[in-house]
Design a protein around this ligand. Structure first.
Ligand SMILES: *Cc1c(COP(=O)(O)O)cnc(C)c1O
Length: 376
């Protein structure tokens, strides 16, 4: 059986975890966390990157930094992971869902402005499959209405929009290093902070509301409780696992990209025959081969294809059930405007196996079976 996902592992993880253990510093913010933060800052050019215990927690930090309060509204797509909404719902906000574009599965930037009310606090674009949203339009709307932009870039680490890294364009960006993402630390993530004036408070929130980071830099002579916060810093053991992967990111990305490109090439004629649709990557976007999906006719055909692939040794999976149709989505949110594409497109989408180390002949076998299903 070809798995849908295998957590990335480059081979030096054990060595670095061993180093962390022997250094007798295994709690947060040791050498590996600092190296990962610095790597992210250098790679993306962001003012500050802070490793967190998850992307969910990075988004919670962003919601705290944005001072999201009871009664505020936050605009996001319904076609996303629960964490995108949870982080704001925990602060008492209402979620306003807008429809997606059928080509990229990203929030339709043309529908955002109509969903804005005097309660709106932030726009939360999600870069689905590592393909950026139309950030120029989103930033322009946010500026005009004085709204914050918090990017859910969980899937978009190293992806770019017009040459700028996803997660660095809005006020805050949230990355995931969960085991299902391109780069992993088991559970983990990072918060990217664009404006220097927000860095100090982010460090405080991440350290239980204390100025401990400042203390360690020798900027204050004792540390104390200065704000509300929580514990959002990961252990050094997790950071050591991630560091091994950051060092070898080119190898990981090359493997994923070649699987992605091979899928595309092998399945292109099915698209020409109008049996399936392949992912669309707008010209201004550089994706990171996070996901390879196809779209089939409808839910019924997808269910049959999943079953067919399973019988032929391939584990392919569907993705999000739109949040507005879930019980909590109905309680905490509302869908603004018409659901033209969110439900319909989500029912047609099927993700094929894609992970670091997936072999060429495995991609060929998967594509062969997809084609055979369609009689091609
Ligand atoms: C994976 C993912 C998350 C959650 O990431 P965690 O690190 O598991 O908290 C949030 N949003 C999106 C779009 C994701 O794909």
């Amino acid at each position: 059986m070809i798995s849908f996902n295998v957590p990335p592992r480059v081979g030096t993880e054990e060595q670095y975890i061993g180093e962390a253990i022997r250094s007798r510093k295994i709690c947060g913010d040791g050498q590996f966390t600092r190296k990962c933060n610095a790597w992210l800052e250098e790679k993306t050019g962001i003012a500050k990157a802070l490793l967190t215990t998850s992307c969910t927690h990075a988004t919670e930090m962003a919601a705290l930094l944005a001072d999201v309060k009871q009664g505020d509204e936050v605009i996001m797509p319904s076609y996303t992971f629960v964490s995108t909404a949870d982080a704001f719902v925990l602060r008492g906000a209402r979620v306003v869902f807008v429809d997606i574009r059928p080509d990229t599965m990203n929030m339709d930037e043309k529908l955002i402005e109509d969903a804005i009310t005097e309660r709106t606090k932030a726009i939360v674009p999600v870069h689905y499959a590592g393909v950026s949203c139309d950030m120029d339009t989103i930033m322009e709307i946010a500026q005009r209405h004085n709204l914050l932009v918090i990017e859910d870039a969980a899937q978009a680490v190293t992806s770019t929009y017009k040459g700028r890294y996803c997660g660095t364009i809005g006020d805050y960006g949230c990355y995931s290093f969960h085991e299902t993402k391109n780069l992993s630390m088991g559970e983990g993530g990072a918060l990217l902070i664009r404006d220097i004036q927000n860095i100090e408070r982010a460090e405080i929130i991440r350290e239980k509301g204390t100025n401990r980071s400042k203390f360690f830099r020798g900027q204050v002579d004792k540390y104390t409780w200065v704000d509300a916060g929580s514990s959002y810093l990961p252990s050094e053991l997790n950071a050591a696992y991630l560091w091994a992967q950051l060092e070898q990111i080119d190898k990981i990305q090359k493997s994923r990209m070649s699987s992605w490109n091979l899928y595309y090439t092998l399945l292109e004629d099915l698209q020409e025959k109008e049996k399936i649709e392949l992912p669309v990557v707008p010209e201004e976007c550089m994706h990171n081969a996070h996901m390879f999906y196809i779209k089939v006719r409808d839910l019924e055909e997808r269910t049959r294809l999943i079953q067919y692939l399973k019988e032929n040794g391939v584990n392919a999976v569907f993705h999000y059930i739109p949040l507005h149709s879930a019980p909590a989505g109905r309680t905490f949110g509302r869908f603004h405007g018409e659901d033209r594409y969110t439900t319909k497109e989500s029912e047609r989408l099927l993700r094929l196996p894609l992970y670091y180390g997936l072999k060429e002949d495995e991609v060929e076998k998967i594509a062969f079976n997809v084609k055979r299903f369609f009689g091609a």
